[in-house]
Design a protein around this ligand. Structure first.
Ligand SMILES: [Zn+2]
Length: 342
């Protein structure tokens, strides 16, 4: 194993120890699970401890790539695609690809919110040319030596243009700066492994460093089985990061999209100060079929859908995709620290 990978493995054991000691002490306080990336940087540089982590910082180049540098969009509807029509997942009608692109994959016939790639969603949210990807390279490690895992990841990286199942960076929404995260269901069902947990934790820390609000678009099948218990540890790690961010006054907005389930819904997806959701998104922990089999009862209509969750207090507002940018901009404006003209 290479030195860098060994360093990461050492840190996981440290995380494991921290998480368990956290559970043994008291839920909700005293967690030391910083992102490995930040700790590694701290070990490499003596002066990184705290002095730069406060106040206004205008130069973002240490933590973000320059604007417009991210790879070309290789989403499900490429601009130069030869695909002429897209089939709506709900009504099964064939919709011209160009029209689907314009509608952000919302079916013009039935209004169903079809899956949208992480990059396309990111570009639909931010002001043109303002997106700067977060610098957080996490080396690939295969802790269980899972068959074909490495090939699968490399294939998906090539196909989707993403380096992992989450795309994170800073962008402006109608002029308001924010840290934005989008999970890509096109990448292993946006399952959360070590890299995803690490990137999200690091994003919380960097959002705090620059005093940026954090907007997270979730979509996931849950923890990544190929990485075993180390995936489950990401739940504690990301939850601790969200809590620390909140304690330091950061605004955390979660947008739940279809589907948000498993370990992701049981951690950072449910910890937003404000929680919005796309129409008809499946939001829950275990799937309805598993629950029905376990409790031996028929579940109510619309169970675990966004509207049901709104009715039962899990979701603050349902926001159609076409209105998402406007609603987020309003939220950011309302929480901006400035003197209001009265
Ligand atoms: Zn449709």
């Amino acid at each position: 194993m290479r030195d860098k990978e060994q360093l990461y493995v050492n840190h996981w054991y440290e995380d494991l120890y921290n998480c368990f000691s956290h559970f043994l002490q008291k839920i909700g306080s005293g967690v030391k699970t910083m992102s490995i990336f930040n700790r590694t940087k701290a070990e490499q540089s003596e002066d990184s401890a705290g002095s730069k982590h406060s106040g206004h910082i205008s130069d973002y180049s240490e933590d973000f790539e320059t604007a417009g540098k991210d790879n070309k969009d290789k989403s499900e509807i490429p601009e130069d695609s030869v695909v002429e029509t897209i089939t709506c997942s709900a009504c099964k009608k064939e919709i011209p690809a160009e029209q689907m692109r314009k509608c952000l994959c919302v079916c013009p016939e039935c209004g169903a919110h079809n899956k949208i790639s992480a990059k396309r969603r990111m570009h639909s949210l931010v002001d043109p040319g303002t997106f700067r990807k977060l610098k957080c390279p996490v080396p690939f490690v295969d802790p269980l030596a899972y068959p074909d895992y490495k090939d699968k990841i490399e294939g998906l990286q090539d196909k989707t243009g993403l380096d992992e199942a989450v795309l994170l960076g800073m962008g402006e929404i109608e002029g308001h700066k924010a840290m934005i995260g989008v999970m890509g269901s096109e990448f292993l069902m946006a399952s959360m492994g070590i890299a995803v947990g690490e990137k999200i934790t690091h994003a919380f820390e960097i959002a705090d460093k620059y005093k940026l609000p954090f907007i997270m678009f979730t979509a996931s099948g849950g923890a990544r089985m190929q990485e075993g218990i180390l995936s489950l540890m990401q739940m504690a790690k990301t939850s601790a990061a969200a809590q620390r961010f909140g304690e330091r006054g950061g605004l955390y907005v979660v947008a739940l999209t279809h589907p948000t389930t498993g370990g992701v819904s049981a951690s950072f997806a449910m910890l937003g100060d404000i929680t919005i959701a796309e129409p008809d998104a499946l939001i829950g922990f275990a799937g309805p079929r598993v629950i029905e089999q376990t409790i031996g009862q028929k579940l109510p209509a619309g169970f675990q859908r966004a509207e049901f969750q709104e009715e039962h207090g899990f979701v603050d507002q349902i926001v159609p995709r076409a209105e998402m940018r406007e609603v987020l901009s309003q939220i950011l404006r309302l929480h901006e620290k400035r003197r209001w003209p009265l």
